[in-house]
Write a protein that binds this ligand. Sequence first.
Ligand code: AMP
Ligand code: ZN
Length: 463
Amino acid sequence: MINLYNSLTRKKEEFKPVKAGEVSIYTCGPTVYWYAHVGNLRTYIFEDVLKRVLIYAGYKVNHVMNITDVGHLTSDEDTGEDKMEKGAKRENKTVWDIAQMYTDAFQKDLATLNIIEPDVWVKATDTIPGQIELIKKLEAKGFTYVIADGVYFDTAKLKEYGRLWPNKMDIKAGARVEMVEGKKNDRDFALWKFTPSGVKRQMEWDSPWGKGFPGWHTECVVMSCDNLGIPFDIHCGGIDHVLIHHTNELAQAEAAYGKQMCNFWMHGDYLNLKGEKIAKSSGNIVLVGDLAKRNIDPLAYRYLCFTTHYRIPLSFSWESIEAADNALKTLYEKVRAMKAAGITAVSLKSREAEAYREKFEAGIYDDLNMPKALAVLWEAVKDSKLSESEKLALMIDFDRVFGFKFDAVETIDIPAEISELVRLREAARQAKDWSKSDEYRQQIEKLGYSVEDTAAGPKIKKI
Ligand code: AMP
Ligand code: ZN
């Protein structure tokens, strides 16, 4: 049994798929006007874990992720500039070029973080006709009105607008800072925005209402429902999407189709840096490339994310990511040592090993409790009652969810010459002949290896 927290009902619920044995997931993808920062990527790692847990449980997962390449404005309200057009001006390139460039960069980041690729990628600009059809449907049902700025959704017409909003939230909390002139209600949102007169947009399309571009929320409804059917199983994103983006997706999908859009909504909490939300606009930013520059394994960022439950804010600091990197390296060393000793993973037989797997499953099936899963991993690794082969088997099995790539850890063959120099250095150290021991270290390093003194003896690595 898998329990997941559903933002729609505000409680943990047993997950039951629409179609037996299969799960359909839609995750809001990046707005490709700049690089994804580690905050964005915390959300994609949470979604990756969700998917891996469902696959671990035996489901066939169909995952759709979109690329927002038009219509996401600088404010989540319906004011401000289109982020894509703004990015293009900043870089003096076409909107299409920056969309391609940052889509490529995003997909590279996913691979670096060992995030499983979605089964279907879909670009907002490839689905414009479907979006126009959706707006026509809403218009026919009386949910729209047209003002100088665009076609708007009339939230007063939908009895249950705001179903995703947390209980205690004041209905005014979603209130807009800037009001678009002519809107009937400050909660109403754009389905189609007209190109303002006197402005030349790079991306614009004809529509029955006038030249312009789609609203961000409309795009995601079309890309999710057209690919996954309605209702589909799970819709995910970051917590910042609850109040406006997902609220407005849900409203128009249910208004248009007269059915619940999806059964579960799941949201990952923020990654903060120096106590503040990481945001491209504030310059408070860390990118995946910054990790490697500090010699941090990018997969250590997965480890860091797993130390805190996805529904709790996580603070990023260089100290915390370095601690995660050290912990992960210790695990890699364990795997390397086991493989070097010729140990191979066996199928689990002992009661103790089976008990660890049950504890691991209890953690991950309880709303993706990864801190618990990490604790079980460490407990198993340190348990002297388990055989080394069983430990390796558990690590590789759990790694289907962690995604640390334990399988790919390579043992290194230490040349005899290096082993001999390490032995001589050890002897010099025993004799407290520090200058000789330093000499041997330099010779070892010249030959491309490093030696580190640990409680368990010298550890040799290829540089
Ligand atoms: P965007 O490219 O702005 O549409 O954001 C992509 C994803 O990152 C969305 O699911 C956001 O909710 C999420 N996100 C944005 N900022 C953060 C943050 N600081 N921490 C966690 N997730 C974030
Ligand atoms: Zn979306």
